[in-house]
Design a protein around this ligand. Sequence first.
Ligand code: SAH
Ligand code: SF4
Ligand code: F3S
Length: 473
Amino acid sequence: MPINVHREVPVDAIEEQNRIAEFLRPRLRERFHTPNPLAMVHTFGCQQNVADGEKLKGILAQMGFSFTGFPEQADLILFNTCAIRENAETKVFGNIGNLKQLKAAKPSMLIGICGCMTEQSHVVEKLKKSYPYVSFVFGSHSAYLLPSLVQCCLDEGKRIFRVAPDDGCVAEGIPAVREEGVKAWLPIMYGCDNFCSYCVVPYVRGRERSRRPERILAEFRELVETGYKDITLLGQNVNSYGKGLEEPVDFSSLLEQLNAVPGDFRIRFMTSHPKDCTHRLIDTIARCEKVCSHIHLPVQCGSSRILKEMNRHYDREGYLELVRYAREKIPGITFTSDIIVGFPGETYEEFQETLSLLREVKYVSLYTFIFSPRPGTKAAKLPDPVRGEEKGRWFRELLALQDEIGLEQMQPYIGQTVQVLAEDWGKVGDGLLQGRTESNLIVEFPGEPSLVGQFVQVKVRSVKKWALLGQLD
Ligand code: SAH
Ligand code: SF4
Ligand code: F3S
């Protein structure tokens, strides 16, 4: 039986939240003694969380809030948290700690904590006990209920904890307040069923569930009409998109449908799990001219034994075969990856296999992490004999090698002309624009601010770490 469609939040439940949001407007103005209450939403973690943060802002806008980036100006502060590694959680607790004095100086302020961390009971307990000035806490599954949570907070005058025990659902029809610019995030699915042995995501985000293709298509068209030119489809494993839906659709057919939307734009996607990355998908990417020739294909490590321990369901050879096939079918394709150093029991020789895999694949860039034990995951219980300093040395060895490989990958572009989507990354004042090529390489070049949002041709003159430097052609 298809499970997914039954998990969509009923339309009347969303409408009820919209009504509560409207109803709260005058109450919030009164509480904060201002005709224009301000909210600050601070998102930690991955792009999925960023996309959630945009929806949370959409709901807050319905409640009458405008937005600020300064906590001291805010009447409501919402931290949208990440639990992926211990240091991510430590950072969030540090930030919450910093709010104590602000709240003391402005008692009407509301402080909310949501996102992945709050789906863990030990975090909720800590928030209850050690952070009494936090007004409300809710998990990602309850995000669409934000208006009623705030209402409860105001009505009852006490702290509200709403951490749903269910596996989550798909809430459609919530407006997003997106960053202005040319890039947009578009979630196509939520949750994860893969249970990689080190990872907390399946525990905090619930079971994998896909959005219906017609919902994605409608939002995608809207983004294109609004002028977004670089749209990234999001999911923890986009390659398994469509499972459990009534419609017979998979990720390849979704890409085909989006590629057929008229307009001048690029389609990106993340993340692709290698175990579900098929030749059919690679053939589709090769055929669809708007789908970028770049795959973020996290390998995690180069040793087949460790990959098995990680529960990744592919081995070194299978991964390398995929990369070879994609290189053959998609000329100029680039790869990026995530790497974990120091998984429990990994030996230095096994770590060397990761380095040799890097030399073979030649990624243009990497996201690199030292293993962090997450409570409740299988890997957290494994013996982990290698000391932190040793893992630190391996980590630096990895970074040094990638620096070399990255630079080497960029050299051949010198003298070539590449197409770049011009963006403002904060240096327009100095007459500098940045952007990415279709294959996701960063390019920096002098140009007028009026070019932002346009596809331009740039002749590459030189390279520096992370970027190609050039001039408009
Ligand atoms: N769904 C994506 C990744 C999501 S998390 C995928 O499967 O590729 C992003 C990255 O964080 C992971 O790819 C992994 O490299 C890293 N990560 C996850 N859990 C970790 C942990 N416990 N310690 C260190 N790195 C971790
Ligand atoms: Fe975590 Fe693995 Fe799921 Fe990625 S695929 S979110 S690494 S469990
Ligand atoms: Fe972090 Fe949650 Fe993303 S744990 S990496 S914000 S899915």
